[in-house]
Design a binder for this molecule. Structure first.
Ligand code: DGJ
Length: 742
């Protein structure tokens, strides 16, 4: 068992393959304290010393006069509120009498094999021999609020999943105003903090800065995990880079409002909390009722950021994504959004499909604009029936034609939205999220549907299912194009309005679950105005998420670097589009666009009937490369070798087969430099005592690969580096294949 309880020491000892996490019970009152999280320990004799309870201010029973100094310094496992710990609390309540204080003590615990589901929420999972779970029950003796702290350790992955369940054990209703999912107190060191910030078309940019005293936080109140901040935070030692140094990663398995915060206090104590954003959150708990907070993934790496990335990739591939498509090659798709926007007819779509099929593309995805009166983005969201003016003969006929070309068919929906100009709004104006007498803030001229209500979910799903049953639709793109505002639900009483944002997320999860139950083989791709809801919660439902509306190959280097820091490449929706690029106006070679998209799910988003002969001829070559390498890209280990974000000149990363026998090296020269010899880039993850033959993968030539005739030892490639010639011109890509050779 990778979780033990040492009765004599009152210590819980949690191990993953390379990490150890220790917490214990302190003082007569039974406070839970954090002892250690880091590199794996084989013995822990003397660990309780780290509680410092023999140093002043002592434990409260020895020094009740200075109980406050104990409370403000002790490394709590799950911090209290309002009783003397002035750092960030993990839990805040409001009782009938108006008090907010809460302070927990240990009651009992249980260690079991496997891991239970979290009611209504996405969460990691594992079989009994893959994961072990510790549940510690605590109580606030005054309010009788019960709290279950849950920790799951994975046998083969360096990750710990933490979550919290709150139970109202009192005889009166109470209000939860804040429930963090994890709290971690550590000794402060000279650390950096790393987060992913962004915007529409600029998602998940890595930002690293020194962590000082006070509070540093990222979060969102937009009702989705957001383009702007990612539900992630990492703490790094100063020497940490891709290959070395210590990294503590925190990632929230949730798709709504969040808070991630690190705080260093006066005594050099560092506290990290992560959970649902407390702003605007208030959840009423009747006596006996429970509240399940979402899960936080903790990971520690002493092999730098690369170690963290690979732990999270393995965790998500093996213990989070459930789709039957996870380990399968996804059909290469062509999406009509950038090709036509709203201006299409069934004939146009069939034309695109006909030309695409000839080039080896396997699925046509019909994006926004096929329904209701949707000739632009001002109307019809909620009216999920086919626009027969555009699609004469209906979807059944269109899909049959596409299937007859040997292609699959996929369809776009935006199920959580309502246009004020729609039949749905005429009939159910109260289904939009809004505050009575306040004109709701529109975005893209649309409002958000109150999917916290079951009748709303049922109605929308009924329409969506009807469409999906009407034709052979094998893929759905589920979009969400605006954040939540004007938080008001016509169905909730006054003292439950603070529940709306979370109920919305739970409702959306339930809709996705029901969609997958109805269509178990469906390939679902989530999307939110590009990558505004790219988070581990959504991955539980869809094996891939549209990364960004920015399809420019160079902007994508940055977006995909930030995304791949946490997510396996096979999750990143990535397409080849036309130039000048529709977002930034940049022109890049077709082969570079192909290479960047190959590092994700791979597809096209252009009018293939308008491609130049040269580009058209390149499509089957890219398709061939996808078929040749996508197993490796999907299942392999990811290594970041150079970052264009950091060096402003070039980008390089690898995917290495799990046993090291083959690797792909993706290199992009963003800006050419004159009068220089070749670059030398150290590789990672190869076998030391093995030689590798080096091939150039051709995305624009007849033959798939050219043997460079070079054979270099893994040792040399990792220690000295791989020599890469400098291509002529800006925005040039090189894809190399390395194969173990005797
Ligand atoms: C935003 C998505 O990211 C795009 O790909 C496209 O589907 C549009 N929405 C359609 O409105």
């Amino acid at each position: 068992m990778s979780i033990r309880y040492l009765e004599k020491d009152r210590i819980f000892w949690l191990d993953t393959p390379n990490t150890t996490y220790l917490l214990g019970i302190v003082a007569q009152e039974g406070f839970l304290g954090h002892l250690y999280y880091g590199k794996r320990l084989e013995t822990i004799t003397g660990a309780r010393e780290l509680f410092r309870v023999t140093e002043p201010p002592f434990v409260p029973e020895k020094n009740d006069r200075d109980r406050s100094s104990f409370f403000d310094a002790f490394p709590f496992e799950y911090s209290s509120h309002g009783v003397g710990d002035f750092r960030e609390s993990s839990l805040r309540i409001r009782t009938k009498s108006g008090h907010s204080a809460v302070s927990l003590v240990y009651v009992s615990h249980e260690i079991r094999k496997g891991k239970g589901k979290l009611a209504g929420l996405p969460a990691t999972f594992g079989k009994e021999d893959e994961v072990t779970t510790l549940v510690i029950r605590c109580i606030d003796p005054v309010t009788k609020l019960e709290v279950e702290l849950s920790y799951s350790t994975f046998e083969k992955v360096d990750a710990i999943a933490r979550s919290v369940r709150v139970i109202n054990g009192s005889l009166e209703p109470l209000y939860l105003e804040k429930v963090m999912s994890a709290c971690l107190d550590m000794e402060a060191r000279d650390l950096d903090v790393l987060t992913l910030h962004g915007s529409w078309a600029r998602e998940r940019r890595m930002e690293r800065k020194p962590l000082g005293h006070g509070k540093f936080s990222v979060g969102t109140q937009r009702g989705e995990s957001s383009h702007q901040e990612h539900p992630f935070l990492a703490l790094l030692t100063k020497n940490a880079d891709q290959t070395m140094g210590e990294v503590y990663g925190f990632h929230f398995v949730y798709s709504g409002n969040f808070l991630a915060q690190a705080e260093t206090n006066q005594f050099g104590n560092l506290r990290v909390v992560m959970g649902i954003q407390p702003e605007d959150f208030c959840w009423k708990l009747e006596p006996g009722e429970r509240f399940q907070a979402p899960e936080v993934i903790l990971t520690y790496s002493c092999q730098g950021l690369g170690g963290m990335s690979r732990s999270l990739h393995d965790l998500y591939r093996n213990h989070l994504i459930r789709s039957p498509w996870l380990h399968k090659k996804r059909p290469i798709l062509i999406n009509n959004w950038e090709a036509t926007y709203f201006d299409f007819t069934a004939e146009k779509i069939v034309d695109i499909a006909r030309e695409s099929a000839k080039l080896g593309i396997e699925m046509l995805v019909l994006d926004d604009g096929w329904f209701g009166n949707r000739f632009d983005d001002n109307r019809s969201l909620g009216d999920w029936w086919v626009n027969e003016e555009k699609i004469k003969g209906g979807l059944g006929e269109l899909v049959s034609k596409i299937n007859a070309l040997g292609m699959k068919f996929g369809l776009w929906f935006e199920p959580e939205m309502i246009s004020p100009e729609s039949r749905l709004f005429e009939e159910h104006p109260d289904w939009a999220i809004q505050i009575p007498e306040r004109r709701p803030c529109r975005a893209r001229n649309q409002l958000v549907l109150d999917v916290s209500r079951k009748e709303v979910r049922d109605f929308i799903l009924d329409q969506v299912f009807r469409v999906l049953h009407s034709a052979n639709i094998e893929y759905v793109k589920w979009d969400m194009n605006r954040p939540l505002s004007d938080l008001g639900s016509a169905a909730l009483p006054a003292d439950r309005q603070g529940e709306l944002s979370h109920r919305y997320v739970l409702g959306m999860y339930e809709m996705q679950e029901r969609l997958l139950q109805e269509f178990p083989n469906l390939l679902l791709e989530n999307c939110s105005g590009g990558g505004g809801r790219f988070d581990p919660g959504m991955l539980y439902y869809s094996p891939q998420i549209w990364c960004s509306d920015d399809t420019d190959a160079i902007e994508r280097l940055k977006i995909q670097e930030g995304t791949a820091l946490l997510y396996p490449l096979c999750c990143m929706g990535a397409h080849v589009s036309v130039c000048p690029n529709h977002t930034v106006g940049r022109s890049t070679p077709f082969a570079t666009r192909g290479m960047t998209a190959l590092a994700g799910t791979f597809g096209y988003e252009l009018d293939v009937t308008k491609l130049s002969d040269e580009d058209k001829a390149a499509v089957p070559r890219q398709v061939r490369a996808y078929h040749a390498f996508h197993d490796l890209i999907r299942e392999g280990n990811y290594y970041r070798c150079a970052s264009y974000l950091e060096n402003h000149e070039f980008d390089c990363y690898q995917v290495v087969a799990k046993r090291g026998e083959a690797a792909l090296v993706f290199f992009t020269q963003v800006l050419a430099t004159p009068n220089m010899h070749s670059r030398c880039i150290p590789l990672q993850g190869l076998k030391k005592g093995t030689n590798y033959r080096i091939f150039l993968v051709n995305l624009d030539k007849e033959e798939l690969m050219t043997d460079t005739g070079r054979c270099v030892s893994g040792d040399l490639l990792m220690q000295a580096g791989l020599l890469l010639d400098r291509p002529w011109g800006d925005f040039q890509g090189r894809l190399l294949y390395l194969e173990e050779t005797p």
